[in-house]
Design a protein around this ligand. Structure first.
Ligand SMILES: Nc1ncnc2c1ncn2[C@@H]1O[C@H](COP(=O)(O)OP(=O)(O)O)[C@@H](O)[C@H]1O
Ligand SMILES: [Ca+2]
Length: 487
């Protein structure tokens, strides 16, 4: 007589198979999901050769997520000692060498095995645009010098060039919107306001028809079309516009034979400095005036405001212009204002005020005596300190009178230096564009987001647990009621 054992063979086989499949799926998902944990980073270097100085930015991103927007971040930045590369017009061979300390730093920061594949780009802005206008040969020699120098590094050299004003504006816009993750969100984009020493840029999505093709740029990013308004005003960075303002104030006094005294409402009472014409009227933005002068401060904000208005030409052949016959649609939406907009407004503590309050505080500040200010800010560079009243007044005049921000829309301007750890500026957008890191179309969404992965793993574990219990019950249950005795 044989008694069949309590194994219900088909059920047990099915249960065992299900458990095995469950374990295999869990292991497979875990392997795939955790792959990015052994993350490898890639790097890129961009040199911002500005009119006043050069900065070297190192960016990094996870090697396997190259095309996911929001992945690239600034890892490090380095300020090159001395002035901008355009200041080497007389000694071009020294321009390259000036970058040494920061480039050596980059070599240390980026892991050796990544050096060869790390791209290096140098973009020069308005300082070099002006040098090119003034002395083409010198500008070429400076570019050659930085090129030769950058090629001595183990990185992948991708070029040194003067970028156009449109590029500077558009890539600044890409940077701030990339860092704010606006390309993935449906919330819309923010405009970009960049103030440099030699030029200034305004870029935003206007939604209006563009009356001048030069001011229009189109991008398709991440599955969306963006129709941008952009303009770069050469000579309207804060250093060049100061020269313009001095020129305007000095011109009527030129027929005076004796020493010219320029009483400037934008400088502080007690400021009294002899200036040589070579140090001020040295750029293609201004006429070559050959008189030295004494620069004396008055500290009168209202007069300063009036004097600054005169640096803008208001003729306009379009339906509307900002200035100098440049078409501009009405400003729309939020704006990020960076570079010197931030440095100046932050120093003056005006970043969180409304327009009227800002004007009032600036009026008091401009009227402060030069001696008091120097005492109060002993560590601030004197050149900066002397010019904050002028620069602050210029910023307010430019934004309110020329770009047409009102009391109400003023609050849409955010004065920013960084978004997260990354500085606002054109460099990140420039690199993202040249490395094709923002795809035109949104990439397929990943198989599982993290939350989905965790949920799936939980459900599978639970199922396996249940199958174990079932298996156990089947295994233990005697043939019982269905027991048959086979004789
Ligand atoms: N801490 C600071 N305070 C005031 N101004 C500053 C400070 N740091 C930098 N700047 C100014 O910011 C401007 C930066 O311009 P830059 O990028 O060099 O020129 P551009 O973009 O026109 O080629 C310069 O006018 C420089 O003097
Ligand atoms: Ca700049």
């Amino acid at each position: 007589m044989k008694v069949k054992n309590s194994w219900h063979r088909p059920q047990i086989i099915v249960v065992t198979a299900l458990i095995a499949v469950g374990i295999i799926i869990m292991v497979a998902i875990a392997v795939v999901q955790h792959k990015p944990l052994h993350q490898k980073y890639k790097y890129g270097i961009v040199l911002d050769a500005g009119s006043s100085h050069t900065s070297v930015y190192i960016y990094e991103w996870p090697a396997e997520k190259e095309n996911n927007t929001g992945m690239v971040q600034q890892k490090h930045s380095c300020n090159v000692k001395g002035k901008g590369i355009s200041s080497y017009s007389g000694t071009p061979h020294k321009a390259g060498e000036s970058l040494k300390d920061c480039m050596d730093e980059a070599k240390k920061i980026i892991p050796n095995h990544r050096h060869r594949e790390t791209p290096v780009y140098l973009g020069a802005t308005a300082g070099m645009r002006l040098l090119k206008m003034d002395n083409y040969t010198a500008s070429e020699k400076v570019l050659k010098s930085v090129e030769t120098f950058l090629q001595t590094y183990p990185f992948s050299y991708e070029g040194a060039r003067i970028i156009s004003g449109q590029e500077e504006g558009a890539f600044g816009w890409i940077t701030v919107n990339y860092l704010s993750d606006n390309f993935r969100k449906a919330s819309g984009t923010m405009g970009a306001l960049d103030l440099g020493g030699a030029s200034t840029q305004i870029t935003f999505v206007s939604g209006q028809e563009m009356e001048s093709p030069d001011n229009s740029i189109d991008f398709r990013l991440y599955g969306n079309d963006y129709h941008l308004y952009t303009h770069s005003f050469l000579c309207y960075g804060k250093d060049q516009v100061l020269k313009l303002s001095l020129e305007k104030q000095i011109e009527p006094k030129l027929d005076m034979t004796d020493n010219i005294i320029l009483e400037d409402p934008c400088f502080h009472p007690g400021y009294n400095v002899n200036k040589s014409f070579q140090s001020v009227f040295d750029s293609p933005c201004v006429k070559k005036i050959t008189s030295n002068f004494t620069h004396k401060g008055l500290g009168e904000w209202n007069k300063c405001h009036k004097a600054i208005k005169k640096v803008f030409n208001t003729t306009c052949i379009y339906s509307r212009c900002s200035f100098n016959n440049i078409f501009q649609p009405p400003v729309k939406g939020g704006f990020g204002a960076f570079s010197a907009y931030f440095f100046v407004m932050n120093f003056l503590n005006l970043t969180n005020l409304n327009l009227d309050e800002a004007k009032k505080r600036l009026e008091t500040y401009c009227n402060t005596s030069w001696d008091t200010l120097k005492e109060k800010h002993p560590s601030v560079k004197e050149k900066y300190l002397a010019e904050y009243c002028f620069s602050g007044t210029y910023i307010i005049t430019l934004l309110e009178d020329r770009y047409n921000f009102t009391n109400k829309t003023w609050n849409n301007i955010n004065f920013i230096k960084k978004i997260g750890d990354s500085e606002a500026g054109w460099t990140l957008g420039y690199m993202l564009n040249l490395t094709n890191m923002i795809p035109a179309e949104a990439p397929e969404t990943p198989l599982l987001p993290y939350g989905g992965y965790v949920t799936l793993m939980l459900i599978l574990s639970l199922l396996i647990f249940v199958f174990f219990i079932l298996g156990y019950i089947f295994f233990r249950r005697p043939s019982g009621s269905t027991h048959k005795v086979i004789i």
